[in-house]
Write a new protein. Structure first.
Length: 338
């Protein structure tokens, strides 16, 4: 190459701490058919529809992010499957990137096949208990049988599935071993999540119910050998492995997401877009910029891409969660997705 020729680097999203952003979580709605006790209060006010991004606007953002080097999109919410045309969005995003989703699973029976055909790669399904009554207490409005039916349909459609469990002492810690056994029997992976102090809830004291990942790991290790795993996804889970109960099945992986006991911000590779179109730079902080106004103005894609790149300067180094019963972040998890 001629020494005077300059090479133009591909556009990329890099924050002030030299972290490369390749992963975007898109909250496609703040609404949900469940009211999980750690995620929402019983009475919730949802956004009027005109203040929620349209699926076409999300698809446009997806293309812009992809042009900035983003490789994976996670659809989340609220409950993403409340958006009836979600397979259409999956198809748009999957035409240029990997698309994965987090769901409560209750509508998968209806959607699994269409999502697979649209190009969705993987599914995280939230399931905190296998006890019907406890399930109803934790979700307030959900029914366990719907989620189990959803898991069946997703497996039938050929999805790789990881279960997500928010573990709370005195609420569902009797379910650690039954959920691990369920994952083993069904050939699923499973991650245990420490509850985060997002939004003011009244159902329990997060200080009292807090259960650290190492406590959960010990309960499992007392029953079966846990082998540290090299497996790593784009997410913050750290993995161990156990034997599967299925013949010829690869090992079941058990992940731990530990926002309190093991801060993972040093490796952060992600940003989020809230259901009202704010680019949120960190789940545990409020630094954000408004993308909806740009999308609804005459701004072209290059201008929006440049707004996104400039916003990265605001990405904080880390979250500072503490377990006070008055959380610093009043925003509920359904606005931003997990
Ligand atoms: N409705 C979908 C679901 O439940 O899977 C997607 C949205 S939900 C907000 C995404 C994930 O966040 C779920 O796995 C949920 O368990 C988790 N989550 C919600 N509130 C949380 C909290 N306060 N602390 C930790 N995880 C939480
Ligand atoms: Fe809905 Fe998911 Fe929040 Fe439960 S965790 S209330 S299913 S958004």
């Amino acid at each position: 190459m001629n020494a005077h020729m300059s090479v133009t680097a591909a556009p990329a999203l890099i924050d002030p701490f030299a972290r490369l952003i390749k992963y975007v979580r898109l909250s496609v709605t703040d609404r949900c058919d469940f009211r999980c006790v750690y995620c929402m209060s019983e009475e919730m006010q949802f956004l009027p529809r005109e203040r929620v991004l349209k699926l076409e606007e999300i698809a446009r953002l997806g293309k812009i992010f992809s042009g900035l080097g983003v490789e994976t999109f996670r659809l989340t919410g609220g409950e993403p499957l409340l958006r009836r045309d979600l397979p259409w969005l999956v198809e748009q995003l999957a035409s240029h990137s990997e698309v994965v989703m987090t769901t409560n699973g209750a509508r998968l029976d209806q959607f699994a096949k269409a999502l697979k055909q649209a190009g969705l790669s993987r599914l995280n399904i939230s399931l905190d208990t296998l006890n019907e009554q406890q399930f109803h207490e934790l979700t307030r409005t959900g029914h366990l049988k719907d989620v189990l039916k959803g898991i069946d349909a997703a497996q039938h459609a050929g999805f790789a599935i990881k279960l997500n469990v928010v573990m709370m002492k005195g609420r569902n810690d009797d379910q650690i071993l039954p959920l691990v056994a369920f994952a083993q029997t069904r050939g699923l992976d499973i991650s245990f999540i420490e509850e985060m102090p997002l939004g003011v809830i009244h159902e329990h004291s997060r200080q009292i119910t807090f259960m650290a990942s190492h406590e959960i790991r010990q309960i499992i290790a007392n029953e079966m050998p846990l082998i540290p795993s090299q497996y790593q996804t784009t997410g913050p889970s750290r993995y161990w492995e156990i034997e599967s109960n299925l013949p010829n099945q690869t090992k079941t992986r058990i992940g731990f997401i530990s926002p309190h006991s093991h801060n993972f911000c040093g490796d952060c590779n992600r940003v989020r877009v809230t259901s009202e179109g704010r680019l949120l730079l960190c789940l545990g902080n409020e630094h954000s910029i408004d993308l909806m106004s740009s999308l609804r103005s005459s701004a072209n894609d290059t201008e929006i891409a440049s707004n996104i790149q400039n916003a990265l300067a605001q990405k904080p180094e880390k979250h500072h969660f503490d377990l006070n019963d008055t959380p610093q972040i009043v925003r509920f998890m359904n606005m931003t997705g997990g």
